[in-house]
Design a protein around this ligand. Sequence first.
Ligand SMILES: NC(=O)C1=CN([C@@H]2O[C@H](COP(=O)(O)OP(=O)(O)OC[C@H]3O[C@@H](n4cnc5c(N)ncnc54)[C@H](O)[C@@H]3O)[C@@H](O)[C@H]2O)C=CC1
Ligand SMILES: O=C([O-])CC(=O)C(=O)O
Length: 308
Amino acid sequence: MKVTVVGAGAVGASCAEYIAIKNFASEVVVLDIKEGFAEGKAMDLMQTASLNGFDTKITGVTNDYSKTAGSDVAIITSGIPRKPGMTREELIGINAGIVKTVSSNLIEHSPNVILIVVSNPMDTMTYLVHKTTDLPKNRIIGMGGALDSARFKYRLAEALEAPISDVDGMVIGGHSDTGMVPLTAHATRNSIKVSEFLSEDRLAQVSEDTKVGGATLTKLLGTSAWYAPGAAVSSMVQAIACDQKKMFPCSAFLEGEYGLNDICIGVPVLLGKNGIEKIVKIDLADAEKAKMKESAEGVRKTNSLLAL
Ligand SMILES: NC(=O)C1=CN([C@@H]2O[C@H](COP(=O)(O)OP(=O)(O)OC[C@H]3O[C@@H](n4cnc5c(N)ncnc54)[C@H](O)[C@@H]3O)[C@@H](O)[C@H]2O)C=CC1
Ligand SMILES: O=C([O-])CC(=O)C(=O)O
């Protein structure tokens, strides 16, 4: 399995590191536009190989897409991150142009590639790739829900005073401060609904903390997060590489599922060797359906800013 990571910044390097440490890919190519930057990150990461015990070969290149040829999976992390006080949607002006060029270059050299879009505003960037390339919909996947669900589980464990491994839960909807839909009614501790242990108010707080998870970290760090985003991407790539048919909420192109059409937004999917193998339909409560509808309206508003 050959994986390309475009963008050798904070998130791109974290993706490359976790993919290598998990040791399922033979090769990771990191590409950046900044002269020598990807080469430096790749060399630094390779010098952890004997310490961390992996055999994945990581190489870095400056904007040379011929080195990415034959990639099975490519991850797009190129673009600017937000600063404290900004929304993800404000990044569209610069990132749309970058994502459009990068996806077209990747596909030119790897026509069978599965693309994972990370750059923000992620649902809109995923939609942009759908609209501007010929890739089938199962091979264009937006990463947001896997990360948001990990943050949801972190906040649930905190509220429950439980180990995170006791907790399960999922976040669907748009990857934005207001658009995420944490499925609190479905979340469990050891198969028991968390509502048995937590008050409605505490659950509402968990939900709110989850939704502003990225903004909270951006305020603390001065730029957005990278460890959990890299870990989330690496788990998705592993599910594809090892044909796991594992369920993650991902931004997928919808044609009627969840009552939505012509939009990329977070829904549960099964990831395997073909990318999105299936969009999983679950019964939502009326309140969750209403939140999903509102979330879709927010994503559509951002999509309307694209010059398509
Ligand atoms: N979907 C998600 O859950 C998450 C999305 N993000 C997004 O990921 C993106 C990257 O974030 P960071 O890594 O923190 O930013 P960063 O600034 O550390 O890295 C971005 C890298 O992209 C490179 N780049 C810019 N234009 C390029 C081009 N045309 N070709 C190749 N490389 C190019 C830059 O040189 C830089 O090294 C941001 O848009 C951020 O908002 C970040 C975290 C989670
Ligand atoms: O918050 C941001 O801008 C980056 C991101 O998408 C996240 O960490 O969830």
